[in-house]
Design a protein around this ligand. Structure first.
Ligand SMILES: Nc1nc2c(ncn2[C@@H]2O[C@H](CO)[C@@H](O)[C@H]2O)c(=O)[nH]1
Length: 504
């Protein structure tokens, strides 16, 4: 190992010397070489600092779950919001009627109850959740320089907790449907704005931890939807009345967010996190370089003599790359390399959000079984979506088909557009233009399984393949660009949902 370390230092010198010949570059090269002694002790320190009991891993998973709680708890509760808006709107209309004409009263109240979506709640909710995500992802890229990370993360979580508490309290407060709609939409806007700042800041923090922790964070995000669907099913099966059920349901994310805050506050106390977070922003590029070498060195210990040659090649490659790291990263150059992945994620989320949840949540069971009718939506729409979405994301741990060089990926993903008419032709009441072709519940379940699985798979695939198309020093920029396109895809889909709803 010592011999390899010496070779590395020698190599580093040669490589960097050929790459740079100005005084400044030579000075920085000397600094880097001076740092090699520190590097060796850092490497041994890294060996010692372990994630005890995998506590940091668990906390990162919970934080991931916490970031997508707001979006998932709001979409899963669509029937609650609609029932509140619909019933009260219907009552409003009934009170405006001339009660001497009973049959008219019956007809109109029936119509009002069935029109259900007078406020276009699903569409507005989707749009007002995703637009702040897009805007605040932008905002966070400036905010991170002037607002400390602790304030952004802890502040956002406290704000989310406060807004969830308001939502839970509102369950028991009577108000006019219009006021209820306005207050709910404002809550959705602000809760998702804070959520975007939280998500962006946590992604930034995660770059300081080993890569497996980013996967755990994404996994936690994937579990948030399942958590919300299970919370809904549990509160529904408690047998309590509608309002108490909704109250129990909205108290769950309050507890979840509180636990996330506690977890975040615990994080800097853990040695493993302390060690990684001590890397300051300015040092992170250098530390990345050191980490890469430490990992290469560790790998080499176990290599046979023949394999060592190959490993040295890898080291040289890393040296060349870190040499280039000193150069400025051009966003346009990175975008040119990853545009296929960017288009893929926009198309995937564009198709998904254009029907989920705006149209899928309006699909009803074709059976007459009242009990199944109540559970149809939380189970067949939300639980299936979230479990299969998570399964699709997980599959990318085993395969990354069709690989980073496939030029047809956007075309393959565009095939998912077929799900849009498929869902539109399902059992949705009150349609004006389209017939019900897929009235059987089994059709909806089959569509949902393929729709959600491919969503999870292609989202994760594009996020995993993008960094493979760029050099290591361009990875951070790649992450930022992909996060922007992820948010863009969600917003485009949310906007399209209005069009598809109007075509029903
Ligand atoms: N990563 C990420 N995915 C989101 C966000 N909002 C909605 N989604 C995804 O949108 C889909 C529909 O809920 C699921 O795959 C969610 O994970 C967000 O803020 N971040």
């Amino acid at each position: 190992m010592a011999r390899t370390a010496a070779l590395l230092i020698e190599n580093h010198g040669k490589c960097s010397l050929s790459a740079c010949d100005t005084d400044e570059s030579l000075r920085s090269l000397l600094q880097v070489n001076e740092g090699h002694q520190k590097e060796t002790s850092r490497m041994s320190l890294k060996d010692e600092v372990q994630d005890k009991y995998r506590l940091v891993a668990v906390i990162v998973f919970i934080l991931g779950l916490g970031t997508l709680l707001p979006w998932n708890f709001f979409i899963t509760a669509i029937p609650y919001f609609q029932s509140r808006l619909t019933t009260e709107k219907a009552l409003d209309r009934i009170s405006e009627l001339d009660y001497s004409n009973t049959s008219l009263a019956n007809n109109t109240s029936d119509k009002a109850l069935h029109s259900g979506d007078d406020f276009q709640f699903n569409n507005w909710m989707t749009l007002l959740a995703q637009l702040p995500l897009l805007l605040c992802t932008f905002l966070n890229s400036f905010l991170y320089q002037c607002v400390p990370e602790k304030v952004r993360i802890a502040g956002s979580m406290v704000a989310i907790l406060f807004l969830f508490t308001i939502t839970a309290v509102l369950v028991k407060v009577e108000m006019s449907p219009q006021t209820f709609f306005d207050v709910t939409m404002s809550t959705i806007w602000f809760i998702n704005a804070f959520c975007a700042i939280l998500q962006g800041s946590l992604f930034g923090l995660l770059t300081l931890l080993p890569q497996t922790y980013s996967s755990l964070f994404l996994s936690g995000q994937g579990m948030a939807g399942t958590f919300a669907a299970l919370a809904m099913l549990l509160s529904m099966s408690s047998g309590a009345d509608h309002r108490t059920t909704a109250l129990g349901y909205f108290v769950t994310p309050c507890i979840g967010t509180f636990i996330s805050i506690m977890c975040y506050l615990m994080l800097p106390r853990l040695d493993f996190a302390k060690f990684h977070f001590s890397k300051s922003g300015s040092n992170s590029a250098k530390n990345y370089e050191l980490d890469t070498k430490a990992e290469l060195l560790q790998q080499e210990v176990n290599l046979e003599a023949a394999e060592q040659k190959q490993a040295m090649h890898k080291v040289k490659e890393a040296e060349v790359l870190t040499g280039e790291g000193a150069q400025k990263v051009s966003m346009c150059a990175v975008l040119r390399k990853i545009w296929i992945m960017a288009v893929t994620i926009v198309l995937t989320f564009g198709v998904t959000l254009s029907v989920f949840p705006a149209i899928t949540a309006a699909v009803q069971s074709g059976t007459t079984d009242e009990n199944w009718g109540r559970f149809f939506n939380p189970v067949c729409c939300f639980l299936i979506f979230n479990v299969m979405d998570w399964a699709g994301r997980s599959l990318t741990s085993y395969t990354l088909w069709p690989g980073p060089d496939c030029k047809f990926l956007p075309l393959i993903v565009a095939v998912r557009f077929i799900f849009v008419p498929a869902f539109m032709l399902c059992n949705i009441s009150g349609k004006s233009y389209l017939p019900i072709v897929f009235g059987n519940d089994a059709w909806f379940v089959i569509f949902m399984i393929f729709f959600s699985f491919t969503n999870g798979y292609f989202v994760s695939l594009s996020m995993c393949l993008a960094p493979k198309k760029v050099l290591p020093h361009e990875c951070e920029a790649t992450g930022a660009i992909m996060t922007f396109f992820l948010a863009l895809g969600l917003s485009v889909g949310a906007g399209l949902s209005f069009l598809f709803k109007a075509l029903l």
